[in-house]
Structures are given as C-alpha cells and as structure tokens.
Design a protein around this ligand. Structure first.
Ligand code: ITT
Length: 202
C-alpha cells in the first residue's frame, strides 16, 4: 500500500518544465499539500538515463527527494506516434533541441510521418512519488488520439497543438485546461495517485 500524503504536507514538484508544473499544481489541488518546485529550491536536473517513462520518473523523483529531504513527485511523459514505432516517446523533450523549441519537434513529427495514412498517436505520463528514505510509488496514464497537421491552438505546452484525443475535435492546444484535465494521460495517472496516496475512495 502506498504511503499517504496528508493535507498540508510539503511536497517537491520535481520538474523544470513550466507547462508541467502548472498542470501538476492543478491536478494536485484535491490533496491540499504544500507544493514547492524543484526550480524554486535550486535543485539540479538529473540526467534521464532510464529506458522507459517509469524508470525516468523514479530517477527524477528520488534525486529530488534525497536532495531536498522531502517527499517529491516527478512526471516523465511523452508523445508517441504509431507510424513512427512509438517515437519520439521517452525522447520527446530532446526532439525540441537545446532551445526547447516545440515547433521544431512538431515539424519533425510531421516530416517523419510523411505520406503515411496512419495518424494514430498517444501521450503517456508516468508519475513517481518518492520519499527521502527511498520508498517510491508509480502510476501510469495514457490517452489515445490523432496527430494532426498543421498545429492548432496556443494553450498547453509541448506537442499539445498537434494532438486531438479520440472522440474530440479540438487539439489540446485549443482546449480549456479543465477540459484537458478531464481526459489527459497526466490526469489519468493522477486519478490513481489520489486514490493511493490521498485517502480518497478507501
Ligand atoms: P522535466 O523532466 O523537468 O519534468 P521535461 O520537459 O524534460 O521536464 P520529460 O523528460 O518528461 O520532461 O519530457 C516530456 C516531453 O513530452 C515534454 O517536454 C513535452 O514536450 C512532451 N509532453 C509531455 N506531456 C505533454 C503534454 O501533456 N502535452 C504536450 N506535450 C507533452
């Protein structure tokens, strides 16, 4: 059974991505914890050397928990395209290059899909909650959809302007944040975390 995070507990959000930080803060609101970001604490960004989302989320959460001496939550996530064998996947951030320019990353996705009629795509998010003593709990969420072109919308972050979830017509870049939170990979992982660590549903 996962260790609980009581209301008021101080929690490090172990991300240096402002888009994720915004979403994670929204999604954590029901827990009533006291959040501080890795950036605000001046924590270093560990190298993401694991082969999968869960491995990288654990690595980031444990590094922050040990450095800060506080429970820490990390998210490792990515965009996958069926026609590209699941790429960019765990290297989604790297496709944006050193300037973190996601117009470059999205253009590469479109160029590599080329003339393929298969536009199936999905987002995955792995969350890891880690404590300074090394205990961890991980949760995985996924949302299926379509990779569209050209990009649409200025909301969200990363690959949001080229992703339309199954059954929808707007991209994540066009939707209100609350609508993205109703279906997203990250929201699905959070729903599990809230049940396991927040005491809801028990
Ligand atoms: P941290 O490791 O500091 O959290 P990062 O941006 O390097 O930040 P990742 O290694 O997990 O994070 O990279 C995931 C990339 O996948 C991220 O930079 C986004 O471009 C993309 N991504 C993940 N979730 C997304 C979402 O909800 N919408 C759009 N793009 C997303």
């Amino acid at each position: 059974m996962a260790r609980r995070l009581p209301p008021g507990a101080r929690l490090v959000i172990a991300t240096h991505n402002p888009g994720k930080l915004r979403e994670i803060s929204d999604l954590l609101a029901p827990l009533g914890v006291d959040c501080v970001s890795a950036g605000a604490l001046g924590l270093a960004e560990p190298e993401e050397t694991a082969a999968d989302f869960v491995g990288n989320a654990r690595l980031k959460a444990l590094a922050a928990a040990r450095a800060a001496g506080l429970p820490s939550l990390a998210d490792d996530s990515g965009f996958s395209v069926a026609a590209l064998g699941g790429a960019p996947g765990v290297v989604s951030a790297r496709w944006a290059g050193p300037d973190k320019d996601f117009s470059v990353a999205m253009a590469r996705v479109q160029a590599e899909i080329g003339a393929s009629a298969d536009r199936r795509a999905w987002f995955t998010a792995a969350l890891c909650l880690a404590w300074p003593d090394g205990e961890t709990a991980t949760f995985l969420g996924r949302v299926e959809g379509t990779a569209i072109w050209p990009p649409r919308g200025t909301r969200g972050f990363g690959y949001d302007p080229i992703f339309v979830p199954l059954g929808g017509s707007q991209t994540y870049g066009e939707m209100e944040p609350a609508q993205k939170h109703a279906t997203s990979h990250r929201a699905r992982a959070f729903a599990q975390l809230l049940v396991a660590c927040g005491g809801a549903g028990t």
